[in-house]
Ligand binder design. Structure first.
Ligand SMILES: Nc1nc2c(ncn2[C@@H]2O[C@H](COP(=O)(O)OP(=O)(O)OP(=O)(O)O)[C@@H](O)[C@H]2O)c(=O)[nH]1
Ligand SMILES: [Mg+2]
Length: 301
C-alpha cells in the first residue's frame, strides 16, 4: 500500500471559517470557533485520514493588517504556515467577496507563495445565491492562478467531502506523520486553555477578548481518574478583572462550567477546573505569554 501524508495550511481573513473547516474535517473540535474575528492565535494542527492519505490541517490565525505585537506574531504564524505546507487553501467568505483584506492576501500570495500550490475554497455558500458564486469564482481566479476552486459550507458540510478527497490525492507519498488515532498536535494544556478562552470570548463584549490570555498553570492526574486543572486568565486592568469575574463571580463561574463540560467531553472523564484572574498590565509584551500561546515573540518586532 502506498501511503501519503502532508501538511495543508488553511489561510484567510479573520472569521473566514478556517477553524470550523478544520474541526469539520477532523470530526472533532480541535480548534476554537467564535463569531468574533481573530479567534485563533497560533497554528493549530488537526489530523485526518482519507483512504491511504493522512492530511495534517494547519489552522492559522486570520490574516489582517497588524497593529499590536500580538497581531504581528499572529500574522507571521499564518504566513509561516504557508511556507511549511505542501499545499495551501485560501478561504474566502462567499457573501463578502473580494474585500480589501482578501485583496491584500492575494497580493501576499503572489509575493510569498511563488511556485507553491494554492487552492481556493469559497466558504459560507449557504449565505449566497448560485449566480453570485460563479461571478466570485471568476473574479478570484482572475486575480490568482488557483489550482482548484471548491465551494463549501464548512459549517453545514457542503462540498467538504470533495475538498477532502482532492486534498488526499495531492498529499506527497510517504509514511504517515502521526499515529492513526491522533487528531490534534497541540499539548493538552494548550487545548484546555483554548477552550476557556473560547468561552470567555463568547461571553465578553467588544475589545476585552483581545486583551486577555489564558494559560494552564498546572494539570494533576488524580488517583480516582479525574484531573485537576488550574488556569490563569491574564487581563490588563483592574476593571477588566471585575468584568471577567462578573457580578458575584457569576461570569467566571459560567465560563468555568462551560469550559469544564467541554473538556470533560473531549477527555472522556471528569475534570476539576479552577480559574484565577490576574491583572498583568504588560502581558502583551511578555515573551513567556507568547511561548505559552505557541507564538514566536520575536515575530512581533
Ligand atoms: N453561515 C456560515 N457560517 C460559517 C460557516 N463556516 C464558519 N461559519 C461561522 O463563521 C464564524 C467564524 O468561524 P471560525 O471558524 O472561527 O473562523 P476563522 O477563520 O477560524 O476565524 P479566526 O480564527 O478569527 O481567523 C463562526 O461564527 C462560524 O460559525 C459556513 O459555512 N456558513
Ligand atoms: Mg480560527
Amino acid at each position: 500500500m502506498t501511503t501519503r501524508a502532508g501538511f495543508v495550511a488553511l489561510i484567510g481573513e479573520p472569521n473566514a471559517g478556517k477553524s470550523t473547516l478544520t474541526n469539520r474535517m477532523v470530526g472533532a473540535k480541535v480548534s476554537i470557533v467564535t463569531h468574533k474575528v481573530q479567534t485563533t492565535r497560533a497554528r493549530i494542527r488537526g489530523v485526518t485520514i482519507e483512504g491511504e492519505s493522512q492530511i495534517v490541517l494547519v489552522d492559522t490565525p486570520g490574516l489582517f493588517k497588524p497593529r499590536r505585537r500580538l497581531d504581528r506574531a499572529m500574522v507571521a504564524a499564518a504566513w509561516g504556515g504557508v511556507a511549511d505546507a505542501d499545499l495551501t487553501v485560501l478561504l474566502v467568505e462567499a457573501h463578502r467577496g473580494i474585500t480589501d483584506g482578501v485583496s491584500a492576501i492575494l497580493d501576499g500570495l503572489a509575493e510569498t507563495a511563488k511556485g507553491r500550490r494554492v487552492a481556493l475554497a469559497i466558504n459560507k455558500i449557504d449565505r449566497v445565491e448560485a449566480p453570485d458564486l460563479l461571478a466570485l469564482t471568476e473574479a478570484l481566479n482572475a486575480r490568482y492562478d488557483f489550482e482548484q476552486t471548491f465551494m463549501i459550507s464548512a459549517e453545514r458540510g457542503h462540498g467538504v467531502e470533495a475538498l477532502r478527497k482532492w486534498l488526499a490525492e495531492q498529499m506527497p507519498e510517504g509514511p504517515w506523520l502521526y499515529p492513526e488515532d491522533q487528531i490534534a498536535d497541540l499539548p493538552m494544556r494548550m487545548i484546555a486553555a483554548e477552550m476557556t478562552r473560547e468561552k470567555l470570548t463568547l461571553r465578553l463584549h467588544q475589545e476585552l477578548p483581545y486583551q486577555l490570555t489564558v494559560e494552564t498553570e498546572s494539570w494533576v492526574e488524580r488517583d480516582d481518574g479525574t484531573a485537576r486543572i488550574d488556569q490563569i486568565v491574564y487581563v490588563m486592568r483592574d476593571g477588566h478583572k471585575g468584568i471577567v469575574l462578573g457580578n458575584k463571580g457569576e461570569t467566571i463561574k459560567a465560563v468555568s462550567k462551560a469550559a469544564r463540560e467541554e473538556l470533560e467531553e473531549f477527555l472522556g472523564r471528569k475534570v476539576h477546573l479552577f480559574l484565577q484572574v490576574k491583572v498583568r498590565e504588560n502581558w502583551l509584551e511578555e515573551a513567556a505569554r507568547y511561548r505559552e500561546m505557541g507564538l514566536d515573540f520575536r515575530d512581533g518586532n
